[in-house]
Design a protein around this ligand. Structure first.
Ligand code: SF4
Ligand code: SF4
Length: 237
């Protein structure tokens, strides 16, 4: 006797778990049209894309979903959500799966960057080093480019209008890359400042899947901006 195989009744463990955590998941609405995959910057990485991710979920291929590192290629950009005719936010579902992976099984560099960021910045260099590098590069510009002798790179300037953060790799690996933005801000007369306390613009904790870590790093940065009394936050990342 043949058995009717009704996909909508095939409630897998992982799918159920995600639907409980994300009531608006709408997983069963998927038409398999592939529009999400066509615009996803992570499509094809590790032979995965958002459409496949959903199919594996619907078909109960939990092992594949739980094991693929593709989920860490998802930047939560939401292109899939805006492309999807059924309004499915695949990135939101991917985020949920990221958080299910035990910390010790996540990509080590990503988790390490997030852990370091919770303590200050994702490279782990002392804040004093950042302050020193900024001062050193500024001094070099003053010496070698006389037309920029009045260039500034303010640090902890209370009441500056704009707070600026920095990709942490720049002061550590390619500090001269910080200078073009200083020049632009200077040329247009922007009143800005760095913070010596929280200057890293990346937010790796957005990608690990732990909402508490994401909230912590976002809040610490926001508090830094508020403490300085800056009214506008320029995120360079
Ligand atoms: S949110 Fe993730 S899955 Fe969706 S388009 Fe962006 S990278 Fe792709
Ligand atoms: S765009 Fe939406 S309906 Fe189409 S495959 Fe992707 S999730 Fe499914």
């Amino acid at each position: 006797m043949s058995e009717n195989y009704n996909l909508s009744k095939l409630r897998t463990r992982l799918k159920k778990q995600i639907e409980q955590a994300v009531p608006e998941a709408r997983i069963d609405y998927c038409l398999t049209c592939g529009l999400c995959a066509s615009g996803c910057p992570a499509s094809g990485i590790e032979d995965m894309d958002p459409r496949k991710f959903l199919r594996y979920l619907v078909l109960g291929q939990d092992d594949i979903i739980l094991q693929t590192n593709w989920i860490y290629s998802c930047s939560l950009c939401q292109r899939c959500k805006y492309a999807c005719p059924m309004g499915i936010d695949v990135g939101r579902l991917v985020y949920e799966v990221k958080g299910m992976r035990p910390v010790e099984d996540r990509p080590k560099n990503l988790q390490k960057s997030c852990d370091l960021q919770k303590a200050g910045n994702s490279t782990g260099i002392p804040n004093d080093d950042f302050v020193w590098v900024v001062g050193d590069i500024l001094e070099e510009i003053h010496e070698t480019e006389p037309e920029w002798s009045d260039l500034k790179a303010p640090m902890d300037k209370v009441g500056a209008k704009f707070y600026l953060n920095q990709n942490a790799k720049e002061p550590t690996v390619e500090p001269e890359e910080m200078v073009p933005l200083w020049k632009i801000l200077h040329a247009v007369g922007i009143d800005w400042t760095y913070s010596s306390k929280w200057w890293d613009g990346a937010n790796y904790c957005l990608f690990t899947g732990d909402p508490e870590d994401w909230e912590l790093t976002t809040r610490l940065q926001a508090e830094t901006v508020d403490d300085l009394g800056c009214t506008t936050y320029i995120n360079t990342e």
